[in-house]
Write a protein that binds this ligand. Structure first.
Ligand code: TTP
Ligand code: MG
Ligand code: MG
Length: 441
């Protein structure tokens, strides 16, 4: 199929390729999955994924591809570690300015001698003794522990660059023993170490101890660890012995762990939900669990009930993957003035596509879905996508796809406000996860 010369207002752009000219490893045209008809408007992510998967099932026969898609840790008991640094921003500042860790240190917006209107980012453990905590109004923090010359409080605005650098150093240490690694925030990460410790929970404990020592010696920060069979249990465990703590929940200890444990301690149960449950007389996890899914569901909703029961049964997610929170890589450009020259827009699209593919290569990920986003004057937005059966990171393949998607879909004689390219359906060999980590922040 050769592209019509009419596709770009009569001009054939210099680097538009016919499908036959695509490289050999590129699948034959009839095996390509056409995701969106050319007039699809504002296709949502779910829609694309849904259609994508449906088409996938009858276009895909390649077994090796199925192997890539099946999470290798979908069955069997896993050993998940959650690491969270202690009073992170404050600890970095203590280190950087060589401060006395016993003196209360508060990181947040300018307190303006108690008149400041911002909030507390975090504070060290000495400041926590005054009842100060993250997200508290900075004026309230000042009231509890005034700064110089009225009191012992030391207030610092904080600098993101310092924290990113420290975070990176820690993550490099944590990454090493993990078969699967996921940086969950600037100061926390999940590690699946099941194979590394050969399924031995004592070895997992020893590993945490050694990671803790390495982080303290090499970066100067203290970290807390949780070890458990699921993500959520690992996260809850890392809180238990903070700071500089390690806590482990073995698979047969989960029920005991939840005995008398406040529902509010479960990540995902906020103050509103907790208040609602308290009105039914439920304040601890075991009380809610003992009600059973049916009765709990009548009070708090089926979805919530089924989730909470699964948390206590140790049946929630064990998936540790850097792609968990990142499903695509995209770049887009809004023009300062709407563009009528489609050739010029195509040049921008090429450059965006190249930048996305460069980023994906740096991150060690490949993708199966190419999407071109076109926004016309007046904000009408169309997304056009096409997927390939095997994930790739070859810039040329996606350049040609992007050019093709643009040429066949752009509405002639309309001016454009935005152009974008997105690489979706990401895939990543576990051995290359390391690079992603260094890209974050
Ligand atoms: P946390 O891990 O929640 O807190 P923390 O590391 O300061 O203390 P803890 O020992 O209890 O883990 O958050 C990590 C960093 O993220 C924290 O140091 C500052 C920042 N942060 C904010 O800026 N605002 C917030 O509301 C929270 C919770 C954290
Ligand atoms: Mg922390
Ligand atoms: Mg944290």
């Amino acid at each position: 199929m050769h592209l019509q010369s009419s596709t770009l207002n009569g001009r054939i752009p210099s680097r538009l390729f016919a499908l036959e000219e695509l490289p050999m490893e590129f699948p034959a045209a009839e095996r390509l999955v056409y995701l969106t008809p050319s007039v699809e408007v504002s296709v949502s992510e779910e829609y694309i994924n849904f259609k994508h998967l449906r088409h996938y099932s009858h276009t895909m026969t390649d077994e090796s591809v199925d192997a890539i898609r099946t999470p290798p840790h979908s069955t069997g008991e896993r050993i998940i570690i959650h690491c969270d640094l202690d009073a992170f921003f404050a600890a970095v500042e203590v280190l950087h300015h060589d401060l006395d860790p016993e003196k209360p240190l508060i990181i947040g917006s300018d307190p303006q001698a108690g008149r400041g209107r911002g909030i507390v980012s975090t504070c060290n453990y000495a400041a926590r003794k005054f009842g100060i905590h993250s997200a508290m109004p900075i004026s309230e923090a000042w009231r509890r522990c005034p700064g110089h010359p009225f009191g012992p409080g030391h207030y610092i605005r904080g600098s993101r660059g310092l924290y990113s650098r420290a975070s990176r150093k820690v993550m490099e240490i944590l990454l090493e023993p993990a078969e699967f690694f996921e940086k969950a925030s600037i100061d926390e990460a999940y590690l699946d170490v099941t194979d590394h410790v050969a399924g031995d929970w004592d070895a997992a404990y020893a590993l945490c101890r050694s990671l803790q020592t390495t982080i303290e010696e090499e970066v100067g920060l203290t970290a807390s660890f949780g070890i458990a069979p699921t993500r959520i249990l690992a996260k809850m465990s890392s809180e238990v012995n903070k700071p500089k703590g390690i806590f482990r929940i073995l698979p047969d200890e989960i029920v005991d762990f939840f005995h008398h444990r406040s529902l509010r301690d479960v990540p995902g149960i906020g103050p509103k939900r907790a208040t609602q449950l308290a009105e039914w007389g439920l304040t601890t996890v075991d009380e809610a669990y003992e009600l059973g899914e049916l009765a709990l569901g009548r009070m708090a909703g089926e979805r919530f009930a089924s989730w909470l029961i699964r948390v206590v049964d140790g049946a929630t997610s064990t998936e540790v993957s850097p792609l968990r929170s990142r499903k695509s890589i995209g770049k887009e450009r809004t023009f300062s003035q709407d563009q009528t020259d489609h050739e010029a827009v195509l040049d921008v699209l090429r450059s965006l596509t190249q930048r996305v593919l460069k980023r994906s290569k740096d991150m060690g990920v490949s993708g199966r879905l190419a999407e071109v986003k076109i926004r016309y004057t007046g904000f009408e937005t169309h997304t056009h996508g096409r997927s390939i059966p095997v994930a790739m990171d070859e810039p040329d393949v996606f350049l040609r796809l992007a050019e093709h998607l643009f040429a066949t879909n752009v509405q002639h004689n309309r001016s454009l406000r935005l152009i974008g390219f997105r690489l979706g359906q990401l895939d990543m060999p576990p051995t290359r996860q390391a690079v992603l980590l260094l890209e974050e922040e």
